[in-house]
Write a protein that binds this ligand. Structure first.
Ligand SMILES: [Zn+2]
Length: 289
């Protein structure tokens, strides 16, 4: 382990513990499943994801970074910018392209089979943050190499982005209740827990919103931003994978390779497509058929 990797692990490990502690104190959403069992499942899936990232994604990124530095390859080196502007531009382009990768994981039926493993968690907290199927992580190695090569980002900007990306992934998955005013302010520049909570809703139109990772601006730009949903009204998870039988670790690891359920059909047979407001004073209702 290099000194850089050790520093990153310590920063992210520390942030995980801080958020985990805050979740006990001031939870944003009511938990539905026993914490110990979810921790076991999520941390096991995360351990496989981290191992896969170390084996495939990191080497793919390192090869791409070396390739572009030897050849001055990519969008940024081709533009004659000062070093500082290059860094800012590279940082923004990395975040924008992760928005597209996340979008692709929802729109492509093949990629969704893997990304769905992250979404079927019926609670959302900091332990969900690294709950990614190892297949999704392995597939992202190709994207990572392409992303770095096309942008032509410097190793330092990339390392900085990587740290911010992971830290904000922990933060926006966390179940920490921030004061609404504070979160609204923060949400101008960062994806926050309430914003990402909408993305984990079992309503398809809400699941297909809020794809940004660090900066929320990409959702604004692409008109995929959805903020007008109270967290107390959100059912977290994927409707077609909400049975007790869908909770286990082996099932989570095997499900991309198995016959897929209807993702949006609930156990009672209904599909809720949207949320509607029938009365200005009443909370919004699901529109189900
Ligand atoms: Zn997603």
């Amino acid at each position: 382990m290099t000194a850089d990797t050790l520093t990153t692990a310590l920063v992210l490990g520390g942030l995980f513990l801080i958020l985990f502690t805050c979740e006990r104190w001031m939870p944003l959403r009511q938990a539905r499943l026993p914490l110990a069992r979810r921790l076991w499942i999520n941390l096991s899936i995360a351990a496989l994801a981290i191992g896969t990232a170390a084996a495939f994604v990191q080497p793919a990124g390192a090869i791409a970074l070396q390739f572009i530095s030897e050849r001055r390859f990519g969008i940024i080196p081709w533009m004659n910018l000062s070093a500082a502007v290059q860094s800012v531009f590279g940082f923004l382009l990395l975040d924008l392209t992760f928005y597209y990768w996340h979008l692709a994981n929802h729109k492509s039926p093949f990629l969704w089979r893997f990304h769905n493993v992250h979404h079927i968690d019926r609670d959302l907290d900091v332990s969900t943050a690294f709950r990614f199927h190892f297949g999704e992580v392995a597939l992202s190695a190709g994207f990572r190499a392409l992303q770095i090569a096309v942008i032509g980002v410097s190793p330092l900007t990339f390392a900085l982005y990587e740290l911010v990306f992971q830290a904000n992934t922990l933060f926006h998955h966390s179940n920490v209740r921030l004061p609404v005013a504070a979160e609204r302010f923060l949400n101008r520049i960062l994806v926050t827990p309430r914003m990402h909570g909408v993305h984990h809703s079992e309503i398809q139109s809400e699941n297909n919103s809020n794809f940004s990772v660090v900066f929320p601006w990409w959702d604004r730009l692409h008109r995929t931003l959805r903020l007008n949903v109270a967290q107390s009204q959100i059912v977290i998870g994927i409707a077609g994978y909400a049975a007790v039988a869908d909770e286990g670790l082996t099932h989570a690891l095997m499900m991309p390779f198995e016959r897929q359920h209807n993702y949006w059909r609930r156990a009672d047979g209904t599909i809720c497509t949207e949320r509607i407001q029938t009365d200005a004073k009443a909370p919004m209702r699901y529109m189900c058929e």
